[in-house]
Structures are given as structure tokens and as C-alpha cells.
Design a protein around this ligand. Structure first.
Ligand code: DTR
Ligand code: CA
Ligand code: ZN
Ligand code: ZN
Length: 449
């Protein structure tokens, strides 16, 4: 068949899938990390900026303040109680003094007002945000120094280290302390739900730290995103500390609020009520047959319920994660899998819509928040065309409306936040020519995950 340009098009080919760097994880896809392969491909070298040591004495000083707050407020720092708001005020005061842009987000749960604290470090690419967070609330039965003063204090001290170092990462750094996690991830779900789809798509990674100083510690790394997992596992391995994959956490802390929105997540954990096995005691020390944290959700979760070595290691690993993910490169995010349909589909002039399908298989989870939709439509008056991406569940994403653009062809790539859509399934490109006297056809289109 001949085109307007007289070129013979290749015969329509079946669907084809080209795995470009397949297996790179979400965080790579978000361009937050570079692997050697990716770096080579991009021709750039990721700047290596080493994180500073986080003084565990500083972290413990914050824990001492949180303990005092609980002691002065009925013995806890729970949602809806004065001890929680006092905890927020303590952390906010430290961040304001250090030059962060802070904001307190209110919400209601169980008839009580809850608070999230968000702290942005000025600078960096606000289109590529790296977040680190921890829930600040305790249960009502105790001061919650390990659960989760430990994560809250370590995130705070890492943020203060960013300020002390005057760190200027490529990416924009945002730190967060969540309310009402113990009531069911209420604060973090409220935060993610309050973001626009665009702002959600700008978060390339969320790192969660909930219980990182358990008295009988294990060293667990979240395995939700392989690239982020590798950042933490390699850090511990380089120091001779074996790690295990965190297996009890799915949905059990605030990272779930971000993962459910298609954002790459990671984090660290030293264990809660589960019992340490003999094999784990062999590699980590501590007491087999005893819970990682015997004071989990109890009144004895006090300042004495912390293992300093575990808190120190995890605080330093936290900082390493923030520095590594924060100092990404500005190279475009590496591509993952590409699925293409090159079958020509004629578009009726001034007629009904036509569709071209692509069947996506072999992927896990949801589509990315920056799904690339490459379109190649040949037409003599592109203003006639309305173009939609149809997800496997039938949801329509408008790529282009009609207008008075008399130019030829639509050959471009659209970026769609498809993070609420299952990746696998039949996607369609739907095209309609609204006006008569100019016609054309879909030459090809492709999806890159
Ligand atoms: N839900 C957390 C404790 C917790 C239990 N399992 C995990 C796994 C990963 C992180 C945290 C947890 C709490 O009680 O706050
Ligand atoms: Ca340290
Ligand atoms: Zn808890
Ligand atoms: Zn917790």
C-alpha cells in the first residue's frame, strides 16, 4: 500500500514487545536511580554523594524529648491526645529553625483532629520528589518510643543533617510525619488522597521508617521496589550486616498508602511482636524465642526499649537512602518494556471512532504514573482528530481534542498517569475524525512502561 508520501509501508506486523532494559524497577523507571547499564546507556555518570554519619546520640536526644512529651501528657502520644500535637510541635520547631518549609495538614479521624507534618527542603527538581516519612503517633497504651518515635527521630535527624550539610540534591527532598497510623494509616492515606494526580506522579520514591530500633532487633528491608531495596541491602551488606526481606509489612504501615497510588516505595524495619528464630539470632545476635519488640504497643515502649546499635545502623542507612535517591541524574527515566502495534487502521473521514489494540502481558502491578504513549497517525488535517487511550478496564484518557490545527499527522509521545490501572490487559488507542474532507490512518502506536 502507498502512503501520501509514496513510501511503501512495512506490511502490518503482529504485536511485538521489545524489552528495553526489562527488569529495571520502579525507582529506576522514575529516573531516581541509575544502574551501570542505564548510566552507560544514558552516557552520564550518576554523581556519587556520600551521606554523612547520623549521630545516634542526636537521634536519642529526640527520643528523650518525645518520652518527656508522653510523660507530661498522660503517658502517650496517641492520635487525638495532647501528646501527639506536642510531638508535632517539637519536630516542626526543629525543622523551621533549620530552614525547611513546613506545613501542617489537618484531618479528622474517630471524631478527633489529626495532623500530618510535611517539610520540604528548598531546591531540587520539584518534578522528581523523593520522600522519607514515619508515623509520629503512638498507641494510647504507651509513649511509643520504638513504635514509632524511632522512625520519627531518625527521619528528623536525617533532615537536619541535610540542612547541616547544605545538601543540594538533583531531586526535591520532602520529609513527612504522619498522624493516626495506628488507626489504619489514616494520615498518610489522607495526604496521598489529597494530592492531585500530577503531584502524585511527581513523587518518584517514598521511604518508610516504622520501628527501626527494636530491642531484640532484626534487620528487615522492604522488597516492594527492587531498586530501592537494593540501595538498602547493599548498604548493610557493605557493613557485614545480613538483611531479610520484610514479610509482615504488606499494608502494615504508611508505605502502603503510597504503593496503592503506584509510587515506588521502600523502607526499613527491626521487627514488632513476632518472635526471633534461632537462625535469626545466629546471624543478628539477640534472643531467640523472644519477640523483636516485646513492648510492642505496650506501656513499656519507653526510652529504655531501644537497641542503640539498631537505631544507629538504620539511621545511617536512612540517610544513605535519601542521599542516593536524592542525587539522581537528570537523564530521562530509562524505559522498561515497550509494546507496539504497527497494523494500519484507516480512520473514517468524519465518521465513527476506530480502535487499535495492544495486549500487555508479563508485567506486575499497576501501570506507571508516567506511562509513555507513542502515537504515529498520518492525516492531512490533524485538527479533525480526537485521540483517547483506553485502559484495560475501559477508562478513557484524553490525549488530544479536536482543534483548528490544519497541519499534517500526529507523531508524538504523550505521558499519562495510569498508576490506578492494571498494567496487564488490552489497551486501545481510540481515534475519531470529526470533520469531513480530510482523512488518514493509524500507522502505529506503542506503550512504554
Ligand atoms: N503496623 C506497625 C508495625 C508493623 C507491623 N508490621 C510491620 C511491617 C513493616 C512496618 C511496620 C510494621 C505499627 O504498629 O505501627
Ligand atoms: Ca550513625
Ligand atoms: Zn504500632
Ligand atoms: Zn508503627
Amino acid at each position: 500500500m502507498l502512503t501520501r508520501a509514496g513510501r511503501r509501508l512495512p506490511r502490518s506486523a503482529p504485536l511485538r514487545r521489545t524489552a528495553l532494559g526489562a527488569g529495571l524497577a520502579g525507582a529506576l523507571a522514575a529516573g531516581l536511580l541509575t544502574s551501570s547499564a542505564t548510566t552507560a546507556a544514558a552516557g552520564t555518570t550518576a554523581p556519587t554523594v556520600a551521606a554523612p554519619d547520623i549521630p545516634v546520640a542526636n537521634v536519642k536526644a529526640h527520643l528523650s524529648q518525645l518520652q518527656s512529651i508522653a510523660t507530661s501528657n498522660g503517658g502517650n502520644r496517641a492520635h487525638g491526645r495532647p501528646g501527639y500535637r506536642a510531638s508535632i510541635d517539637y519536630i516542626k520547631g526543629k525543622l523551621d529553625a533549620a530552614g525547611f518549609t513546613t506545613s501542617i495538614q489537618q484531618f479528622t479521624s474517630g471524631g478527633a483532629t489529626g495532623y500530618n507534618l510535611i517539610a520540604d527542603w528548598p531546591g531540587g527538581d520539584t518534578g522528581r520528589v523523593v520522600m522519607a516519612g514515619a508515623h509520629l503517633d503512638s498507641v494510647s497504651s504507651g509513649p511509643g518510643i520504638n513504635d514509632n518515635g524511632s522512625g520519627s527521630a531518625a527521619v528528623l535527624e536525617t533532615a537536619l543533617a541535610v540542612a547541616r550539610e547544605g545538601y543540594r540534591p538533583d531531586r526535591h527532598l520532602r520529609f513527612a510525619w504522619w498522624g493516626a497510623e495506628e488507626l489504619g494509616l489514616v494520615g498518610s492515606r489522607h495526604y496521598v488522597g489529597s494530592l492531585s494526580a500530577t503531584d502524585r506522579s511527581r513523587i518518584g520514591a517514598y521511604l518508610n521508617f516504622d520501628m527501626i530500633g527494636s530491642p531484640n532487633p532484626g534487620y528487615f528491608v522492604y522488597d516492594d521496589d527492587p531498586a530501592i531495596e537494593k540501595v538498602f541491602k547493599d548498604w548493610f551488606a557493605a557493613r557485614g550486616v545480613p538483611t531479610e526481606i520484610e514479610t509482615e509489612g504488606d499494608g502494615r504501615s504508611d508505605h502502603a498508602s503510597f504503593k496503592n497510588a503506584g509510587i515506588p516505595v521502600g523502607g526499613l524495619f527491626t521487627g514488632a511482636g513476632r518472635t526471633k528464630t534461632a537462625a535469626q539470632a545466629q546471624k543478628w545476635g539477640g534472643t531467640a524465642g523472644r519477640a523483636f519488640d516485646p513492648c510492642y504497643h505496650s506501656s513499656c515502649d519507653t526510652l529504655s526499649n531501644i537497641n542503640d546499635t539498631a537505631l544507629d545502623r538504620n539511621s545511617d542507612a536512612l540517610a544513605h537512602g535519601v542521599w542516593t535517591l536524592g542525587s539522581g541524574t537528570t537523564t530521562p527515566p530509562p524505559t522498561g518494556d515497550t509494546f507496539e502495534n504497527t497494523t494500519d487502521v484507516s480512520i473514517p473521514d468524519g465518521g465513527s471512532a476506530v480502535e487499535s489494540p495492544i495486549s500487555v502481558t508479563g508485567r506486575s502491578g499497576n501501570a506507571p504514573s508516567a506511562l509513555q504513549v507513542g502515537v504515529d497517525i498520518r492525516h492531512t488535517y490533524r485538527g479533525d482528530l480526537v485521540i483517547d487511550l483506553i485502559a484495560p478496564d475501559g477508562s478513557a484518557y484524553r490525549l488530544k481534542g479536536s482543534n483548528n490545527d490544519s497541519g499534517d499527522d500526529v507523531i508524538t509521545t504523550y505521558t499519562v498517569n495510569a498508576s490506578t490501572e492494571t498494567a496487564n490487559g488490552t489497551w486501545k488507542l481510540r481515534v475519531r475524525d470529526l470533520y469531513r474532507s480530510d482523512s488518514g490512518y493509524i500507522n502505529s502506536w506503542k506503550l512504554t512502561f
